[in-house]
Write a protein that binds this ligand. Structure first.
Ligand SMILES: *Cc1c(COP(=O)(O)O)cnc(C)c1O
Length: 396
């Protein structure tokens, strides 16, 4: 970077998001970085080509566009290096393949993002890695599960769909007494509300598809490592040739500029909806870490700076045969909410969560788990739509 940006280190979150990652004077003063479309990069002579003695060598190994995004993410995460991958799922599979070998044992949180479980149970199992799932609330007791060949402990807090909190610092401390890498899927909080590396995590994983994108139109993942674990991650990323695309990288950097403003709105609206749902007789339980009634609330309050816009509630069924009909009636009556996967965009989404793959943390039996992503719409309109859902359930 050509301009001195030391002042940025102590700046507030919004200031940082506006100015991190890229220096306009590096490219003729244009405020945003150029989108560099590239495979081939030319060298000035044969020696430079042979020794690869220049900053850029080939499209898969980074461009000024991907560098701008990686620098911004490193700044937010406090990491030594970041790689970009084409989806949030690849942001899990790439580091797992970087750090695990045949004969290793890996501990995965049972409330994990479900396609991660699929990857572990199929491809990692086939490659000879032994997978074991653990209770999200295990804390320091995770040390009892450590074996001589345990090489990776994967965390995700809050957990996918049911939002169990994890004592990340206690887990990282316990497993670091062994030769083991700690990874964390931090998609829910983003580095604005939780910085995994500050809590002892080695590798922070994000589906940038969610809040960094913010508009439901981009798939991308980021993986950020501390200095100790960065070389192996970079090596694996290069070996596999799984890289981030230029236009997507540009859009994610663009999304970061407004992410804090959007997150504040999601946080506020989602909490208001969650509190309102708690007062409804149709609702058995609301699963939102920022609610004092939630079992993991104290950890959230201690470790996190905020909550994003996604949480779940249990739609009271009354009897087992009513679980599915009530869930379908509720969801089908919604007009503002879209029924769709993913989240982090500007629009509200609802989905019935399937927890059949859980081994330890089974799904509730008193009703369906409905997951809501609270978008940027007016919160009164969001609640009016949920009223439509409850009205449809009332007749069943
Ligand atoms: C969505 C999500 C992913 C995967 O992101 P994609 O870009 O959709 O592959 C990974 N982890 C968590 C927690 C997610 O919610």
């Amino acid at each position: 970077m050509s301009k001195n940006k030391e002042w940025l280190a102590s700046a507030g979150t919004n200031t940082k998001l506006c100015h991190t990652g890229y220096e306009p004077s590096d490219y003729h003063g244009f405020v945003n970085p150029p989108v560099v479309h590239a495979s081939t990069v030319l060298f000035p002579n044969a020696r430079a080509m042979e020794t690869r003695s220049q900053r850029y060598t080939y499209g898969t190994r980074g461009t000024p566009t991907t560098d701008a995004l990686c620098a911004a993410i490193d700044d937010l995460e406090g990491s030594a290096g970041t790689v970009l991958v084409p989806s949030g799922l690849a942001a899990i599979s790439v580091p797992f393949l970087a750090y695990l070998s045949a004969g290793d044992h890996a501990l995965i949180v049972d409330s994990v993002y479900s396609p991660c479980r699929h990857f572990c149970d199929t491809m990692l199992a086939r490659l000879g890695v032994e997978i074991e799932y653990y209770d999200p609330e295990i804390g320091a007791d995770i040390e009892r599960l450590m074996r001589p060949n345990t090489r990776l402990v994967h965390t995700e807090a809050p957990g996918s769909n049911t939002f169990e909190m994890q004592d990340i610092r206690a887990i990282a401390e316990a497993v670091h007494r062994h030769d083991c890498v700690v990874t964390m899927d931090n998609t829910w909080a983003t580095p604005l509300y939780f910085r995994p590396l500050d809590f002892g995590v080695d590798v922070s994983i994000h589906a940038a598809t969610k809040y960094p994108s913010g508009h439901s139109d981009i798939l991308m993942g980021t993986v950020s490592a501390n200095a100790k674990h960065w070389p192996k991650l970079l090596e694996a990323h290069g070996a596999m040739g799984i890289c981030g695309a230029p236009d997507d990288s540009y859009q994610i950097l663009r999304g970061l500029r407004t992410m804090n403003l959007r997150l504040e709105h999601h946080f506020r609206s989602a909490l208001r909806v969650a509190e309102w749902l708690e007062s409804r007789s149709e609702v058995a339980r609301v699963l939102h870490p920022a609610l004092p009634s939630f079992p993991g609330h104290d950890i959230w309050k201690r470790d996190f700076k905020g909550a994003s816009g996604i949480f779940s509630f249990v739609l009271a069924a009354g009897s087992a045969d009513k679980v599915k009909p009530k869930a379908y009636a509720f969801l089908d009556a919604l007009q503002l909410f879209g029924l769709g996967w993913s989240w982090g965009g500007y629009e509200s989404l609802a989905v019935r969560v399937n927890l059949d793959d859980r081994k330890i943390r089974k799904g509730p039996e008193d009703g369906a788990v409905i997951r809501l992503q609270i978008g940027l719409e007016n919160v009164e309109d969001i609640m009016a739509d949920l009223e439509r859902g409850f009205a449809a359930v009332a007749s069943l």
